[in-house]
Design a protein around this ligand. Structure first.
Ligand code: PMP
Length: 464
């Protein structure tokens, strides 16, 4: 146990001094004192299996020994230089990151293509600026349900109801229908790139799902009616995180990217949640769609929880930005962040964490699919690798969201049994599972049994 502020005092200070928009997940908020790899420990020493990793952020495990050692070493050497003075960790990191990207996002003899930042919102802010500076156009499209940040600029791209305010934000941003094959009007059993398909039957043959074509028609409609003839760009998460791990029909992004480029726009992949091997089959989420973006934004897992982010683009787009402005950021490329970033990349490789995401993620998806077949309130199980969504419904026929209080109760019960998971979706109806990439199959077995108990308790409470 670790002695610090008492639980009640923490609640008091939170209420008195911290932002009122910071709300805790649980009615009895969790007070954490320590973390080790996939485990978290609260102030009383209770242990929790962390299946949300600080909102899809702690990629290689809490306080990973190698990452900690690297951070401590750099702390003793040099904290800060600012980008105007050089220091090797920045350059070492840039080289390591480049090696993981396909051409033409790799490097250029003439100019930089990697911009180091501190948060996902900042990275997407810069990507918006780049798209506009390069295309000389203004309009940018993003999906309904997308989350790309909370800065005034990125709020225009974020289309999640509870983040929208009655204030102008993100001028020139337009939303388009999210091709959600479970909740949307079209979709079926062969649509998505996941070991688990929807329970909705597809009316067409396995290889010719018409849902993709229907959603592409909607996308064209947005291009024809809601934006100028020429556009600046299109933002997409390879799998939507905040919206409840929503996957698009196979082939959709490829066609959408072509349509955007026909209109002069650039395509931006927001890899803040999906990057760094989490999806298992590929290092980057965009690769799972067979597309090559013009700009890639990264944050969260890039620093295993240390504030760090990056934007990578093509030499041409980088040049368009450089022609117009000096883009400066005091902490972007901070030596401690970069040293940590390098060690995160090394750990992912040395410990085969991408392969682990694929193997353990697929194992978990198939186990959860069995729970879906067992329980009427589990409407959908989806995702790839270690980015998984479990959508709770009133019943499988209506696919209506399970009332929030009932989902809350299941969520609290999982916490009580030692499992931490996230929430997402318009009605907060989806459980989000995205643990550190080091988790093991026995831990998955534990999580599945916790869910099973929570679902049984839910059924029993409804029978009373
Ligand atoms: N993009 C995505 C896909 C995200 O999930 C988030 C954070 N939830 C962001 C951008 C914004 O990142 P940050 O909170 O670091 O600003």
């Amino acid at each position: 146990r670790y002695q610090s502020l008492a639980y009640n005092r923490v609640l008091e200070i939170h209420k008195q001094h911290l932002s009122p928009v910071l709300t805790a997940y649980f009615s009895e908020p969790l007070l954490l004192h320590q973390g080790h790899m996939e485990w978290l420990f609260d102030y009383e020493g209770n242990r929790y299996l962390d299946f949300f990793s600080g909102i899809v952020t702690v990629s290689v495990g809490h306080c990973h020994p190698k990452v900690n050692a690297v951070a401590q070493k750099q702390l003793g050497r040099l904290w800060h230089t600012s980008a105007v003075f050089f220091h090797p960790p920045i350059h070492e990191y840039a080289e390591k990151l480049s090696a993981l990207l396909p051409e033409p996002l790799k490097h250029s003899a003439e100019n930089q293509v990697i911009f180091l930042m501190n948060s996902g919102s900042e990275a997407n802010d810069l990507a918006m600026l780049m798209a506009r500076a390069h295309s000389n156009n203004t309009d940018i499209i993003s999906f309904r349900g997308a989350y790309h940040g909370c800065s005034p600029y990125t709020l225009g791209l974020t289309n999640v109801g509870f983040h929208k305010m009655e204030l102008p934000s993100g001028m020139g941003c337009q939303s388009t229908m999210c091709p959600d094959v479970f909740c949307g009007p079209w979709g079926g059993s062969h649509c998505r790139d996941s070991p688990v398909q929807t329970i909705r039957k597809c009316s067409c043959a396995p290889d010719c799902c018409q849902a993709k074509d229907q959603y592409i028609e909607q996308f064209k409609d947005t291009l024809n009616t809601s934006v100028a003839k020429s556009i600046a760009g299109f933002f997409a998460e390879p799998i939507q995180g905040v919206n409840g791990v929503v996957q698009y029909p196979k082939g959709f992004l490829k066609e959408a990217f072509e349509l955007v480029r026909e209109r002069g726009g650039v395509c931006i992949a927001d890899e803040v949640q999906t990057g760094f091997g989490r999806l298992g089959s590929h290092f980057w989420g965009f690769q799972t769609h067979g597309v090559l973006p013009d700009i890639v934004t990264m944050a969260k897992g890039i620093g295993n929880g240390f504030p760090m982010a990056a934007v990578v683009t093509t030499p041409e787009i980088a040049k368009s930005l450089a022609k117009r402005l000096l883009h400066f950021n005091t902490f972007g490329g901070n030596p401690i962040a970069c040293a940590i970033g390098s060690s995160v990349l090394e750990v992912i490789k040395e410990e085969n964490l991408q392969e682990n995401s694929q193997e353990v993620g697929t194992y978990m998806l198939l186990k959860f699919a069995k729970l879906r077949d067992e329980f009427e309130i589990v409407g959908d199980v989806r995702g790839k690798g270690l980015m998984i969504g479990i959508e709770m419904v009133k019943d499988k026929t209506s696919r209506q969201p399970l009332p929030r209080e009932e989902v809350n109760q299941i969520h609290q019960d999982c916490k009580r049994m030692g499992l931490l998971i996230g929430r997402g979706g318009t009605f907060s109806q989806t459980f989000r599972i995205a643990p550190s990439m080091c988790i093991t199959k026995p831990e998955v077995d534990f999580a599945v049994e916790v869910f099973r108990s929570a679902f049984i308790q839910h059924m029993e409470s409804q029978d009373k």
